[in-house]
Design a protein around this ligand. Structure first.
Ligand code: SF4
Ligand code: SF4
Length: 431
């Protein structure tokens, strides 16, 4: 018999020594996930345990623990999937220490979709959390964020409640809030400006109440460059924070809602890196939930500015911070820098190890303060050493984290969205 036919008839792995087996579930074993929303076997099996991601993982870099590495976390998920492990406190601590920064995903040669796997692993942990923690997460992620009126109330109450907030939250929360601010439903280019098309803007939850100036600047810059901007009233929080924290049902409801609100839009413009990375993956949460989402700065770079910025900035030395969900999850690096470089006299400086996570990561800086604090301190020191006192950051979580880190070092600096710098270069007299 030819050698090839003989191989076909022998079971795969028959020549392995006794006790050895291919990675995968033993015959008769079943997964030990307690809930239906589990990491997919197909995703888990992509990891070949090469370890190339390890040096890029912030939590592995700072702990040197395999359990705090992407490979270790995947091994823990696989153990549960193969029925040899369970979702217990140790499993929860491995998953909770992950920032979901997706640096591992960016460098993985096997294209392991780590972010998606982690969201599903976190969903398994939720019911195990203590009652108080579950209540606070429910209150914040299920009740407040998706409901605009409650967010307005929170923004209104924050300045009064500030002295009573936990120290860590107080250090992060911006002093100024915008409880009553409203974006126009429609903003049109001025008479005489050629209209290039219509875009719809995601106003966001935290962005609109705590960083409303970023949304205002977004509308102004788009309109100045020939885009008609609509702000659909039916939209809600994108759901990223809920998804990252194991609340996939809520994230699905928000995805469906936003798909309805933005139906028919040619482009959905998003100015927060965490939101856009999540919205680009709506289809993974809900079948057919696709939106033509565009990152604001990448959109401006790709479509081009029809009006060149004319004024330099008082302090033209600017450090650009790469948010993980722009750099790692979407590969956006050059476009924001290219747009900022159009501002007369602006000098862009690079942050040493600028591809490292700042430790904000949604709720991470509140629920994992020690690891987050170490990463924040590293990032703030690297920014201080650039000498720049203006930092451009296109994600509200990073903005709060970096501002808090610089304040803790006693560095007086301004952390702003790059579109705000662009707006100032058009209208320097605006407050
Ligand atoms: S996640 Fe990717 S890079 Fe990391 S060990 Fe697995 S295959 Fe290698
Ligand atoms: S997402 Fe970030 S913190 Fe989590 S395992 Fe990957 S590199 Fe490490």
């Amino acid at each position: 018999m030819p050698a090839e036919s003989a191989n076909v008839e022998r079971p795969l792995g028959a020549e392995l020594p006794s006790g050895a087996r291919f990675v995968g579930r033993e015959a008769g074993a079943s997964a030990a996930w307690p809930l239906a929303d589990a990491p997919a076997d197909a995703d888990l099996s992509l990891c070949v345990a090469c370890g190339l991601c390890l040096p890029h993982c912030p939590t592995y870099r700072l702990t040197a623990e395999e359990s705090a590495s992407p490979r270790g976390r995947i091994a823990a998920m696989r153990a549960v999937s193969e029925g040899t492990g369970v979702v217990d406190d140790a499993f929860a601590s491995f998953m909770d220490l992950c920032l979901v920064c997706r640096a591992c995903e960016d460098v993985c040669p096997s294209h392991v979709p780590f972010g998606r796997m982690m969201e599903h692993a976190r969903a398994q942990i939720e019911p195990r959390r203590p009652g108080g923690s579950r209540f606070l997460r429910w209150l914040g992620l299920d009740v407040a964020l998706p409901h605009p009126l409650l967010l307005r109330t929170a923004a209104f109450v924050q300045p009064i409640a500030r002295p009573f907030l936990p120290k860590r939250v107080r250090a992060l929360a911006p002093a100024r809030t915008y409880p009553f601010a409203r974006l126009p439903r429609l903003a049109e280019p001025a008479a005489g400006v050629e209209v290039r098309g219509t875009v719809a803007l995601l106003s966001g939850c935290v962005q609109d109440r705590w960083f409303h100036g970023v949304n205002d600047a977004t509308v102004r810059v788009l309109v100045r460059n020939g885009w008609r901007v609509t702000v659909p009233r039916g939209q809600r929080c994108c759901g990223a924070l809920g998804a990252h924290n194991g609340r996939l049902d809520r994230a699905r409801r928000l995805a469906r809602r936003n798909v309805r609100a933005f139906a028919g839009a040619d482009h959905v413009i998003v100015n927060a890196a965490g939101c856009i990375a999540h919205m680009k993956a709506y289809g993974e949460l809900v079948d057919g939930a696709e939106l033509p989402v565009r990152d604001l700065m990448a959109f401006l770079a790709d479509e081009g500015l029809t009006t060149a910025p004319t004024h330099g900035l008082p302090d033209g030395r600017v450090a650009y911070h790469d948010a993980c969900h722009a750099l790692r999850a979407q590969g956006i690096r050059t476009q924001p820098r290219a747009v900022l470089a159009l501002i007369p006299g602006l000098e862009l400086v690079e942050i040493h190890n600028g591809d490292r996570c700042c430790g904000a990561a949604g709720l991470y800086n509140v629920v994992e303060p020690e690891m987050s604090g170490r990463l924040m301190h590293e990032k703030a020191e690297a920014i201080r050493d650039t000498g720049a006192r203006v930092i451009a950051s296109a994600n509200p979580g990073c903005t709060m984290q970096i501002a808090a880190g610089l304040r803790a070092l006693g560095v007086s600096a301004e952390v702003v969205h790059p579109v705000e710098l662009l707006e100032r270069a058009y209208e320097p007299e605006r407050p």
